[in-house]
Design a binder for this molecule. Sequence first.
Ligand SMILES: NC(=O)c1ccc[n+]([C@@H]2O[C@H](COP(=O)([O-])OP(=O)(O)OC[C@H]3O[C@@H](n4cnc5c(N)ncnc54)[C@H](O)[C@@H]3O)[C@@H](O)[C@H]2O)c1
Ligand SMILES: O=c1ccn([C@@H]2O[C@H](COP(=O)(O)OP(=O)(O)O[C@H]3O[C@H](CO)[C@@H](O)[C@H](O)[C@H]3O)[C@@H](O)[C@H]2O)c(=O)[nH]1
Length: 594
Amino acid sequence: MIESQRSISHICFIGAGYVGGPTAAVLARECPHVQVTVVDRNAERIKAWKSDVLPVSEPSLLDVVRGPRDGLNAEKRRNLHFTTDLEGSIQAADTIMVAVDTPTKSRGTGAGYSLDIGRLEEVAMSIAQYATSDKIVVEKSTVPVGTGHTISNILMDNSRVGVNFEVLSNPEFLAEGTAICDLLSPDRVLIGSSDTKSGLSAAQALADVYATWVPRSRIITINLFSSELSKLAANAMLAQRVSSANALSLVCEATGANIDQVMHAVGSDSRIGPHMLRSSFGFGGSCFKKDILSLVYLCKSLHLDDVASYWQSISDINETQKSRAVSRIVSRFNNSMGGKKVAVLGFAFKEGTGDTRESCSIDLVKGLLHEGALVNIYDPYVDKSQILKDLGFGEESSGGSVKICQSGEEACEHTVAVLVATNWDMFRVNPKALMNGVKSSYDDTNGEKEASSKARGVPYGNGSTSCSATGPLYASNGIDSTTEIMTDNCVSINSLENSSESNGSSMETLEDNPTPISTPELDPVRYNEPSTGPRLNGINDGDIPPVSLDWAHVAKAMKYPRIVFGSSRCLDRDVLVSMGFDVELIGRNKRKRN
Ligand SMILES: NC(=O)c1ccc[n+]([C@@H]2O[C@H](COP(=O)([O-])OP(=O)(O)OC[C@H]3O[C@@H](n4cnc5c(N)ncnc54)[C@H](O)[C@@H]3O)[C@@H](O)[C@H]2O)c1
Ligand SMILES: O=c1ccn([C@@H]2O[C@H](COP(=O)(O)OP(=O)(O)O[C@H]3O[C@H](CO)[C@@H](O)[C@H](O)[C@H]3O)[C@@H](O)[C@H]2O)c(=O)[nH]1
């Protein structure tokens, strides 16, 4: 049993991925008195974490890493280390945070639904085998309910005599693209433990570490099962909101209602709130689908079939949304897409990241190819090889039906339809520039962005010193005042001492903030250049922004009927129609002018 009044001074993270790396870096930065070691079996990844070309792309991440890793912090102390030495790292640590991947099982019982905790079990075996002193073992990974007990059993059954373990659950809630802000200023930190004296003491010790920078009121301690279930439930409920918006978008398309107006009206009810209500081509990303399906599996295992069906329907609506989008385009061509060229702009699963896991673009492109279309794709934040891999092609084996383009203009050349699948700022219609007959460019909007961000007290510009909101960033083109609501939960990395005070959230309607807000103050990418290191796709500190799409050029380059299809977040129907485009918006019926 672990002694009470325990304190934590050396943490080992196992798993140096999207969660492990950034979480360890923020913890090391905020707690200079704690030694933090990050270990991974992937030597390439560890090498990259030791370099300035990090394997994970997140705004401001490099700055956060370099302080404690290179001794560039105020204390001039290095307390963040990356290594492949699992045995030594386990032995040196008093606390081990496990952040390995838990994908959906691909075979065996529960395949396609259940989370695969094999890597976690493997790590538990290693901890049991190498540990020579008591350890707190923390599940950072998203896991099925009951995993904590499984891990406890593995540790107890395989450890040395006299070595004790306490297993905690501490799920992570960061979203990609805003990871640093989310970690610095979390809505809550959840710590689950057993309710024994030693369990509560371990939970308290971990809470004390977080309390260095997170207000105590935001640190929630609950039981182990509740904590594990809360993570799955949070993702399921966030996805449920998106699916609700998307389900209603179909009702809007069939009636005279406008989805943006409806979601604005609904989200204005303080009991509902405005977040995660943007209709889209569907939610993507590595977590939502996998975690909902895990919840479905749990319910089925508990013989709660109607509950399982309820959660399943959220995933089903998401699939329908993607296939309906393809049908909507295809029906505009009398169901005959053979040989017709279509552009898909954006391949990442959301703006602000280069990650393509479960991106709706994959299904949109596959659906169009199935109909016989030729598809041009452009996303400067995603490597060509990644796109071809996601579509199931080898390097150049798409049979000519897919072309990965170097610019949005090239992608739209000779196309009959353009789908804006990721709401990148660069695809946004800039009405002011267009009205003035000026070529729209990213730089055109910088003055406005700067003014806007200053007004909101957000540092603008160099992504290495600032970051933006947690949660959805309701970027606005400044046109449809009913469409967007922005969150403003921003912190400056320069004023980290105050981060715990600065995490209050406020909402403003567009009228309060009529200028375009980009995705997090993005560290731009130098596009069209091959990636130079083992970094994942995405936005990297110090890169240069891509130029915005020149919609005037696109109007000339496309062929009749020049359909542009996407969400009103990026596309202003009136401006595009005035330029000669035929505009289809998610959740709007063109003929009813809603
Ligand atoms: N990506 C997100 O935004 C996010 C957010 C919240 C929670 N999560 C959850 O966190 C967990 C980790 O996700 P991720 O996106 O960081 O995964 P990831 O794939 O980016 O990273 C996992 C890392 O673990 C390493 N690893 C796997 N098995 C190992 C072993 N036996 N020994 C040493 N290293 C090992 C892998 O090499 C990899 O580097 C998952 O459960 C995920 O659901 C992810
Ligand atoms: O109103 C909205 C909000 C989001 N999306 C889409 O939903 C998906 C997921 O978006 P988001 O939640 O912002 O990104 P993730 O990085 O997947 O983060 C989610 O998944 C993580 C992994 O578990 C959790 O930690 C986070 O809390 C949770 O937000 C993306 O395709 C978005 O485009 C919409 O379509 N409409």
